[in-house]
Design a binder for this molecule. Structure first.
Ligand code: SAM
Length: 178
């Protein structure tokens, strides 16, 4: 949604592609899906990926291409779910994120337990002013928001993604987190 709560399609930000792909690669995610139905945004993302994976950027900094190679572009979220279902033979569980999630939310501890059972999961992030209520209602679960203990609640999506990946996939002393 946009600032006024209207459902919109946001632009792709290349900084988000770089940073979320690197975080994803670091924590071992299988794929990073970018969902946009906009032709110009798909083209922009495709050109960006070509540059870093096979073009001039590949020799300049191969580490970037290695992470960006996780990126798949899809028109609709349902296409993501369908592709994973085809590949894995089971529908992935969808876990949505929000800065303002109310109601029943999934704790990080429980999410780690679910991941450990081996079923594929899709962790869903929004851009702009976040995911719409109608779309959030389709989630199998909504993850407990990141709470930094202050009134300031405006993390960028790339920061939120890095924090959440660390909370659910780190290999430190898991039992100390709740
Ligand atoms: N106010 C928006 C919201 O409700 O999520 C903030 C949008 S934020 C720029 C974009 C995305 O980052 C959100 O859709 C969510 O995926 C993620 N995000 C931002 N802050 C978060 C938080 N505190 N907890 C969990 N996810 C967060």
């Amino acid at each position: 949604v946009n600032k006024n709560g209207q459902v919109i399609t946001s632009a792709v930000t290349t900084l988000d592609l770089h940073d979320i792909a690197r975080a994803g690669k670091t924590y071992g995610v299988s794929a990073f899906y970018v969902v946009t139905p906009l032709e110009d945004q798909k083209k922009l993302t495709g050109r960006f990926l070509d540059h870093w994976i096979t073009g001039g950027g590949a020799s300049y900094n191969p580490n970037r291409g290695e992470a960006l190679d996780l990126i798949r572009i899809k028109d609709r979220f349902q296409d993501v779910v369908d592709e994973i279902t085809d590949q894995e033979g089971i529908r992935p569980l969808t876990v949505f994120t929000s800065a303002r999630a109310g109601g029943q939310t999934l704790s990080y501890r429980r999410f780690r337990e679910m991941l450990a059972q081996g079923r594929p999961h899709v962790l869903v992030f929004g851009t702009a002013w976040g995911l719409s209520g109608d779309f959030m209602a389709e989630a199998d679960a909504v993850l407990e928001p990141v709470n930094g203990g202050t009134d300031y609640n405006h993390l960028s999506v790339r920061s939120a993604a890095a924090i959440i990946l660390d909370r659910v996939l780190w290999i430190g002393e898991k039992e100390t987190l709740c």
